[in-house]
Ligand binder design. Structure first.
Ligand code: DAK
Length: 260
């Protein structure tokens, strides 16, 4: 399938999804949001893909936010439809069984910051910048920002960033624990692919279960989270990958996971 503003490439078991609307700093218009949802649905069905790397085209922006030109004249009904589209994408990414890495190559503002935060891991180039300018436009983050940022930073820091609209650089984001690693801009994709390769060498069912357990645990009390973890742990003992992983250890060889 052809997606107008998305470049997709496959490296082994990783899909690199590049948002490409470079002249508008990869701002998310409705078409990009629709296409991202369709693409994530297709990727979910593709058994060969374990990791998705999200990045932006050019060297200036990951995504500079939702398209302000498109949003400016929405009426309430259209704003609701836009919100619904965005939330559907966000929920799909949240529940995806694939491991998602944001490779942030410049501005990640508003909806762009929210898209980065929706991933499991964030690798940033030195020139990455993060912020929520929504309140400066008379709106609030609507793509998970008011939920994901406080979960990542606690309420006080999240409120400061959301209330002020202050843009932070990659180092501050790293020091706040929002970014896993900072890399030179020209190494961003290679280093992200290295991590993707390391992750992909593990059994996909175990990866997805670990992701599900962590994400679920962040939304429930600890006891409920522990029960959830025990159930997923037990379920993995019905898979070939668990048998293969442990047999390979006992036989002192590398496992060959079949994702079943
Ligand atoms: N929308 C549309 N166009 C944008 C854009 C954006 N967010 N950001 C940049 N552009 C366009 C500029 O208009 C310009 O286009 P031309 O005028 O040349 O045609 C081009 O990209 C280059 O930008 P600049 O000339 O401004 O470049 P500079 O280097 O001078 O400045 C900048 C870079 C990133 C500081 C600046 O462009 C900027 O401040 N951009 C806006 C950033 C921003 O405010 N982003 C947050 C938008 S609000 C929701 C889901 C999502 C959202 C809300 C609800 N639901 C599901 C409910 C999200 C909201 C937002 O993201």
């Amino acid at each position: 399938m052809d997606y107008k503003f998305l470049d997709i490439s496959l490296v082994s078991t990783s899909a690199i999804v590049k948002i490409n609307r470079v002249e508008k700093l990869n701002a998310l218009n409705g078409e990009i949001i629709n296409n991202l949802l369709m693409l994530f649905e297709n990727i979910e069905e593709d058994k060969n893909i374990k990791v998705v790397i999200l990045t932006g085209a050019g060297d200036k922006a990951f995504v500079a936010g939702a398209d302000i030109y498109e949003m400016a004249n929405l009426n309430t009904i259209e704003a609701y439809q836009f919100a619904k589209k965005g939330t559907n994408l966000l929920k799909f990414i949240d529940n995806s069984t694939k491991i998602i890495i944001s490779a942030v190559n410049g501005y990640a503002l508003g909806g762009g910051f929210e898209l980065a935060l929706a991933a499991d891991i964030i690798i940033a180039s030195k020139n990455a910048k993060f912020g929520f300018p929504e309140v400066t436009l008379g709106i609030i983050p609507g793509f998970g920002g008011t939920q994901n940022l406080p979960r990542a930073l606690g309420p006080y820091l999240a409120k400061e960033l959301i209330f002020s609209g202050r843009i932070i650089d990659s180092l501050e984001a790293f020091n706040l624990g929002l970014v896993n690693k900072i890399v030179e801009p020209d190494k961003l994709i290679d280093i992200t692919l290295e991590l993707a390769k390391k992750i992909s060498s593990n059994g996909f069912l175990a990866l997805s279960a670990a992701k599900e357990s962590i994400n679920n645990g962040l939304n429930v009390g600890k006891n409920e989270g522990l029960n959830y973890e025990s159930n997923l742990f037990a379920k993995l003992f019905s898979t070939n990958d668990q048998k293969e992983g442990m047999k390979a250890f006992l036989e002192k060889r590398k496992p060959e996971f079949k994702n079943m």
